[in-house]
Design a protein around this ligand. Structure first.
Ligand code: ZN
Length: 471
């Protein structure tokens, strides 16, 4: 896998044999999560599924930021939760719970597995305070009039562990309002003294206040995964400052390596341009559904892009992936009515090609191409080929996560009434009563079954529930 710290593809060696400990930077739950945010969790889900497929036990931790994330990822300014709570006239905790629920609903629509542990920042204030105390004891932090700051000059290489150099515009101070309480422009807040009207504040050794965003992830990841763990994921926007700050905090406090592999997902763009609220091109999952798309078509689009280059979201591209999803589902249901899936053999060349793709830095575009080879087997006249194709697809889908096996089961289930209609229709055709046969076919269609006549007799398929509207 590619490691952002080494800037190279390196072999994955777990800290503990057979185990993977992974932390995913979670959302700030002050609003709906757009599809760009959700895409990063699709990638993390594929990482988890890949390791589980390879037989590892994966402990996956994701945080929920419900305090401390300042607009613009800097120290000065207002907390995103505070702004949203005032905007929607809700208690910050009620608002956070509502948007966290919506986030999980959307994740489920994208078939993203729930993490082993979901940790809310506001439930871990004592752990953050303890970590800040350690940093003060070790001389990495100092108390100022408006809070506690990390002194970046005490941590050699600050800002350059994942990045080639400290970004220039920050050196020039363009995005940092020079706060006279800070010793250096790059120092960042670990704890902020409460301002009048702050809706979320806690007692601390430094007075009432609230935690910085970066300290949340250091405290919670180490609480659940230990001082050193295997994989830390995030979006490319986390490269600086968030993850550089996490490294400085965790390694400053423990003196041990923090993370063994850093993984950053490139941004999602819309029609080749950045997605911004100001340009009105941000989309949420329900926007895709409103246009008649299955959210899993978006998952496919993410898989087809690969996480190390920007994902270019276009409606046309989404239509292509929806067509692919429909085609796969139809081929799977068709084959499943006449063949039974056989377990994929380790030595199977298609399976081996899939394993080679997915273990090459999670190369999902190549994995999809391999899956197409398995799809091709489904239309073979040989039943053994169709069985093999089904087995391969259900196996591969443990990583792709398109829910193909569950979908196949529901698509090939038939109720007694429809069974009786099919039998009646077979009888009508045998008797040459085509008018009645056509009438029965219409009735079946109304019940949600499409009947086709083939050389081997009538075949049926479930009518897709999804109704495509004009987009
Ligand atoms: Zn984080």
């Amino acid at each position: 896998m590619y490691d952002s710290a080494r800037r190279d593809v390196v072999p994955f060696v777990p800290l503990r044999p057979g185990q993977v400990r992974m932390y995913n930077c979670g959302p700030t739950v002050y609003d709906w999560q757009h599809i760009g945010n959700l895409y990063a969790y699709v990638v993390a889900d594929v990482v988890r599924r890949t390791f589980e497929y390879a037989g590892y036990a994966v402990r996956q931790v994701m945080n929920i930021t419900d305090v401390g994330h300042i607009v613009g990822d800097v120290d000065e300014g207002e907390d995103k939760m505070e702004i949203a709570a005032k905007r929607e006239r809700k208690d910050p905790q009620a608002l956070a719970a509502m948007y966290a629920d919506r986030f999980f609903e959307d994740r489920h629509k994208l078939n993203i597995m729930d993490p082993t542990v979901v940790s809310k920042a506001t439930d871990h204030i004592p752990q953050m305070i303890a970590l800040i105390e350690t940093l003060l004891e070790k001389g990495h932090a100092y108390v100022a009039a408006d809070g506690v700051y990390y002194d970046v000059t005490t941590f050699p290489g600050y800002g350059t562990r994942l990045n080639p150099e400290l970004p220039e515009e920050r050196q020039a101070g363009a995005r940092i309002d020079v706060n006279p309480n800070k010793r250096h422009a790059y120092d960042f807040a670990l704890w902020r003294a409460a301002k009048p009207g702050d809706l979320q504040q806690w007692d601390s050794p430094w007075g009432r206040g609230n935690p910085g965003w970066h300290i949340e992830c250091s405290a919670m990841s180490m609480a659940y995964l230990g001082e050193t763990f295997d994989i830390h994921t995030g979006g490319e926007d986390h490269l600086f400052p968030h993850h550089e700050c996490e490294i400085a905090q965790s390694e400053g406090a423990t003196g041990k390596p923090f993370v063994r592999y850093w993984m950053h997902v490139r941004f999602l763009q819309v029609e080749g341009r950045g997605m911004h609220k100001s340009t009105g091109n941000t989309y949420v999952v329900s926007d895709l559904e409103a246009k008649g798309f299955d959210p899993l078509a978006f998952r496919l689009m993410g898989l087809n892009s690969g996480y190390r280059k920007p994902l270019n979201f276009t409606w046309r591209g989404l239509e292509d992936e929806q067509r692919r999803l429909d085609r796969w589902r139809s081929a799977i249901a068709g084959a499943a009515l006449s063949a039974k899936a056989t377990a994929a053999a380790d030595a199977d060349n298609v399976r081996q090609a899939f394993v080679a793709a997915i273990t090459d830095d999670f190369n999902t575009p190549r994995a999809l191409a391999v899956a197409e080879d398995a799809i091709a087997l489904l239309s073979s006249p040989d039943r053994a080929d169709r069985s093999r194709g089904l087995g391969l697809l259900f196996d591969i889908d443990r990583v792709l996560g398109l829910g193909l096996a569950a979908w196949c089961e529901s698509a090939t289930a038939i109720d007694d009434e429809a069974k009786a209609l099919l039998a009646a229709r077979e009888g009508a055709r045998a008797a040459g009563d085509y008018a009645r046969s056509d009438k029965l076919r219409d009735e079946l269609r109304e019940q949600g079954y499409v009947v086709k006549d083939t050389k081997e007799g009538q075949r049926w398929e479930r009518v897709p529930v999804r109704m495509k509207k004009d987009s």
